[in-house]
Write a protein that binds this ligand. Structure first.
Ligand SMILES: Cc1cc2nc3c(=O)[nH]c(=O)nc-3n(C[C@H](O)[C@H](O)[C@H](O)COP(=O)(O)O)c2cc1C
Length: 355
């Protein structure tokens, strides 16, 4: 791959490489894709309010999230079936994160076993994602495997009691192969035992109480992923979550809900300044990262953007995505007249009509 100069170029290269069913699996959202579009529009509804000539030094993009040092306020999302985009999948993503000084949230439904991803580059596979589905023993076994492999925290996906209604996949008669999402399981039966509910709900949806009881057996801090309301934010913290990931799953689960960016300010106001908050869903540019932080996030999480890098150029492609994001963030902070991420707040933004 020639070195791409922009993030859009990386997306175009990725989409050009992928066969239609894989491209639709990556790009698509649930239902009429209203939430998918809304996620993007939400970023456009905030405009920057720049301040000039302030004599500040060049801003730093470095930060820390749940004890993990990051060179930029970006983590890569747990995206499963990663081998669809490149044979090295999350191993390449972890290596890229190490090169860029940031970290992965590694998916349970990934192509490669979580132990292999962790050992590819010690440290950068910082968080292990897990679905509260299947049997208690299966869930606890996965928690223990993340602990034993040296992960620093868990990310519990709370918004997937069943797979979303993904019409592009239905039209394409497409479901990723077991080999793409079953890397953590010895057999297809075991994979279906833990994740089979995604296809058809055979068991009741887990409760915060059940999740809290099982996770109390682990010393790892955990992030509650898929929080979109103040009530759920309080419930997650009450259940022991150390951090929140405000997310509507990139518009892939419940359609016709709000953009995650629109839920962020009230969630930050409700939990106060001390609960670390990440945001995902619709982040495609450095300016989006800066807006999310101004509205209360500590870091953002990138799903499709990381997958574009992976599909376009494997490890190098993801490194380039992270490099471009970092440059865009730093350029935006300077032009905005902001000394650094900690100086960002709501004063940097004003509400406008989406263009
Ligand atoms: C191809 C793909 C696979 C995904 N697989 C998972 C998964 O297995 N578990 C999970 O919690 N989230 C999964 N996600 C959702 C991401 O973690 C993240 O919430 C979402 O991609 C963020 O939105 P964005 O793509 O607009 O950045 C997946 C997303 C994509 C694009």
């Amino acid at each position: 791959m020639d070195t791409p100069a922009t993030l859009d170029e990386i997306r175009e290269a990725a989409l050009a490489r992928l066969p239609v069913p894989a491209r639709d699996f990556l790009e698509g959202g649930a239902g009429a894709e209203t939430t998918l579009r809304r996620n993007r529009r939400a970023f456009q509804r905030w405009a920057f309010v720049p301040r000039v000539m302030n004599g500040l030094p060049a801003p730093t993009t470095a930060t820390r999230f749940l004890g993990v040092d990051l060179a930029l306020p970006v983590l890569t999302a747990p995206f499963g079936a990663d081998g669809l985009f490149h044979p090295d999948g999350q191993i390449a993503v972890a290596r890229a994160n190490a090169a860029a000084g940031t970290a992965s949230i590694v998916p349970e439904a990934g192509t490669h076993p979580l132990e292999k991803v962790a050992t590819a580059v010690p440290g950068s596979a910082a968080f292990g994602q897990i679905h509260p589905l299947g049997t208690d023993d299966g869930f606890l076994d996965m928690v223990r495997r993340y602990e034993d492999a040296g992960y620093r925290g868990l990310c519990v996906t709370c918004d997937v009691p069943i797979g979303g209604w993904r019409e592009r996949n239905l039209r394409n008669r497409y479901l990723p192969d077991y080999a793409l999402f079953g890397g953590n399981y010895a057999t297809i039966e075991q994979a279906l035992g833990q994740l089979g509910q995604l296809l058809a709900p055979e068991a009741p949806v887990w409760s915060w109480h059940k999740l809290a009881t099982l996770l109390a057996r682990s010393a790892l801090p955990w992030i509650a992923k898929g929080i979109m309301t103040v009530d759920d934010a309080h419930a997650a913290v009450g259940a022991g979550a150390s951090a929140l990931l405000v997310s509507n799953h990139g518009g892939r689960q419940l359609d016709d809900q709000r953009a995650s960016l629109d839920a962020l300010p009230e969630i930050r106001a409700a939990v106060g300044p001390d609960v670390p908050i990440a945001l995902d869903s619709g982040v495609r540019r450095g300016t989006d990262v800066v807006k999310a932080i101004a509205l209360g996030a500590d870091v953002v999480v990138i799903g499709r953007l990381a997958a574009y890098g992976l599909a376009a150029g494997g490890e190098d492609g993801v490194v380039r995505v992270l490099e471009l994001l970092r440059t865009e963030i730093s350029t935006t902070l300077t032009l905005l007249g902001c000394g650094g991420l900690t100086d960002l707040n709501r004063d940097a933004l004003v509400r406008v009509d989406a263009d």
